[in-house]
Design a protein around this ligand. Structure first.
Ligand SMILES: [Zn+2]
Length: 371
């Protein structure tokens, strides 16, 4: 296991490559951002806005929103550019009270909104299957939150879908984002955080095609015929967690007192189950959400690498036990069963058993106390 010598990300993280100079592709992409012509990109966004306005009768754009700080920033930005948006939320089965308040605040900014909830009976089955088969409870969530907005855009003839930051491009993506692109089946498989699966792959005797309806997006042909394009605002504006947070707070967004998972007290606070999706990365790749967040802080010059290592040392492996208990109750399984499933995904290329304990040879912190 190798770590980037600028941030704290290991090369076991999907999409991360560490170069001969010891620097990861995410750090490299971040350094290259300094050379970006931001006024030029803002001009490109104006063209995207003009195109959407000329091609729509009703809503100019659709904004997928969770109620988090980035969705507030997306809505504020679209309204500033005179767009008439329809906002769409995939409603997590574990919405928090602060998430509910922030979502209502976002709607009160002056937008129409659809709260789309999948039957908990279906979501329960799907999340459990995703956990057992792929070690990821986040697959149904990602499938729903990409496909539901696209399906609604097709129905309402909305030519533009406006996303926030595209995490794929954090690693230096190559697609031409300038005028927007199709979030088609290929894109979804590669970047949609669904372990390369689509809804059709999950049909079985226990989970029918009909039950999985919300997880099927429009076909590539439908998207092409309607000319629906997606853009990521992070391409046009210098997105950073702290700047989008500032904009969101100025427009009524509330933050939590404590981080739910990772380093930020304002991230992932709208959903009690997101922490579980992040948690299993510890078994699979030997890092936690904290490593991602701290690496972003290092890249933005707000923390040194030594400070980040100190925070990881202090926080430990960050097991979100309260959320795990809630999830087990939702899925109808015991805690023992949950941890037994996680154990099946412990990556033996990363972990080794030593003196009866699982340890990561070459871990970032050599004197880590393994449990
Ligand atoms: Zn790095």
């Amino acid at each position: 296991m190798r770590y980037c010598n600028r941030c704290v990300i290991p090369d076991t993280r999907p999409n991360i490559e560490i170069g001969a100079d010891g620097v990861c592709n995410a750090c490299r992409a971040h350094l290259e951002r300094k050379a970006i012509d931001w006024p030029g990109r803002e001009g490109a966004f104006r063209q995207v806005v003009a195109r959407a306005k000329s091609r729509s009768k009703g809503y100019n754009c659709l904004i997928p929103v969770s109620g988090g700080k980035d969705s507030t920033w997306q809505v504020v930005t679209c309204l500033e550019y005179g767009l008439k948006p329809l906002c769409v939320t995939w409603k997590t089965p574990a919405r928090t009270e602060i998430g509910r308040q922030n979502l209502q605040n976002l709607i009160n900014l002056g937008v129409d909104h659809i709260d789309y909830q999948v039957s908990p009976a279906v979501e329960r089955k799907f999340m459990y299957k995703a956990l057992v088969r792929k070690g990821s409870t986040g697959i149904p969530m990602h499938m729903a939150l990409f496909n539901i907005p696209l399906a609604i855009a097709v129905r309402f003839d909305i030519p533009l879908v406006v996303w926030g930051e595209n995490s794929a491009f954090e690693y230096g993506g190559t697609e031409d984002e300038r005028t927007g692109f199709r979030l088609d089946a290929d894109w979804m498989k590669k970047y949609g955080v669904t372990n390369g699966t689509a809804a059709g792959d999950w049909i079985d005797s226990d989970l029918t095609e009909k039950e999985l309806t919300p997880y099927f997006g429009p076909t590539d042909q439908e998207l092409a015929a309607k000319g629906i394009n997606a853009v990521f605002l992070g391409y046009y504006f210098p997105w950073d967690v702290q700047t989008s947070l500032k904009v969101a707070i100025a427009h009524g967004f509330k933050i939590s007192d404590n981080p739910k998972t990772g380093y930020y007290a304002f991230a992932d606070i709208d959903d009690d189950f997101i922490s579980i999706h992040h948690y299993i990365k510890w078994h699979k790749f030997g890092f936690t959400r904290l490593f991602d967040n701290l690496s972003l802080e290092i890249r933005n010059g707000r923390l040194t690498r030594d400070q980040a290592v100190g925070i990881i040392r202090q926080r430990g492996d960050d097991t979100p036990i309260e959320d795990i208990k809630k999830f087990c109750q939702f899925a109808g399984i015991t805690l023992e069963h949950f941890f037994e499933i996680c154990e099946r995904f412990r990556n033996k290329d990363v972990w080794r058993k030593q003196g009866g304990k699982w340890v990561i040879p070459g871990f970032l912190i050599p004197d880590w106390s393994w449990r």
